[in-house]
Design a protein around this ligand. Structure first.
Ligand SMILES: NC(=O)c1ccc[n+]([C@@H]2O[C@H](COP(=O)([O-])OP(=O)(O)OC[C@H]3O[C@@H](n4cnc5c(N)ncnc54)[C@H](OP(=O)(O)O)[C@@H]3O)[C@@H](O)[C@H]2O)c1
Length: 242
């Protein structure tokens, strides 16, 4: 599949790494389905995608709802007839000592970061297997390899993504479907908007990774030929200790 007609499904496309990756892949002419909950933000990203030279379809989706994920994938297939890239990216982070973490935030992290990501795989993997081609990019974290006081619920969800990625990779050996997990450190997105102290400040990071830099890396990984499967990529700002 040439980069021009590539069909891409992105969850968490309304901001941060999802939005940046949509715009980056649009520069190669990709056809992109943008999924998240905030429709106004998705519409704005869709406009940027079109201006960059791509095609965009907005499908408002809450990935914690299985029926919505099913509908998202069938809309994608109706529109494009195939899926070449799945960026399984929707997620959130809340931190705090366990007695201070609201149960609603714990539920939302586990439901979005783990269950939602699994729902996306449940619906897309059979399609990529049938095509015998495509790439799935899962979003883990530095905290998918480490754990920290006050961030271990989030870390547990991202360790889960690391486990999912490796198990799925093994399951797909013998096909031409590639599976990759990225494990970023601090990327400058809205992920930390709800934090009392931004990690940039907490860790004295003046130069976090930019979402566009992650998007460039993903474009490189996606462009590799089918036999070259980049399985995991750990990345941090040079200034990040943890
Ligand atoms: N930024 C970092 O330093 C960093 C580091 C490691 C890993 N990550 C991971 O990277 C991924 C992307 O985050 P980001 O940094 O780009 O932050 P972001 O700008 O906050 O993006 C998060 C995206 O997830 C979407 N989302 C959240 N809950 C959703 C739900 N239930 N259904 C559908 N979409 C949902 C949000 O859209 P709506 O609110 O519109 O639904 C948004 O588009 C996350 O999985 C995050 O855990 C980030």
């Amino acid at each position: 599949m040439s980069a021009q007609s590539r069909a891409v499904l992105i969850t968490g496309a309304s901001s941060g790494m999802g939005a940046a990756t949509a715009v980056r892949l649009a520069r190669d002419g990709a056809r992109i389905v943008l999924a998240a909950r905030r429709v106004d933000r998705l519409d704005a990203v869709a406009e940027q995608v079109r201006q960059a030279g791509g095609e965009a379809l907005v499908v408002p989706t809450d990935t914690t709802e299985y029926e919505q994920v099913r509908a998202l994938v069938s809309r994608t297939m109706e529109a494009f007839g195939r899926i070449d890239v799945v960026f399984n990216n929707a997620g959130l982070m809340r931190v705090g000592p366990i007695e201070k973490l609201a149960i609603a935030d714990i539920d939302r992290m586990v439901r979005t970061n783990v269950l939602g990501a699994i729902y996306v795989l449940k619906e897309t993997v059979p399609i990529l297997k049938r095509q015998d081609c495509g790439i799935i990019i899962n979003v883990s974290s530095v905290l998918g390899r480490k754990t920290r006081a006050t961030a271990w619920v989030y870390a547990a969800t991202k360790w889960a993504v690391t486990a999912i990625n490796e198990g799925l990779r093994e399951e797909l050996v013998g096909t031409k479907v590639r599976v990759c997990a990225i494990q970023p450190g601090v990327v400058d997105t809205e992920l930390f908007d709800a934090f009392e102290t931004h990690p940039k400040k907490a860790f004295s990071i003046t130069h976090p990774i930019k979402p566009e830099e992650v998007a460039d890396l993903l474009a490189y990984i996606i462009d590799r030929p089918w036999h070259f499967n980049v399985n995991e990529v750990l990345m941090r700002p040079t200034q990040q200790m943890v």
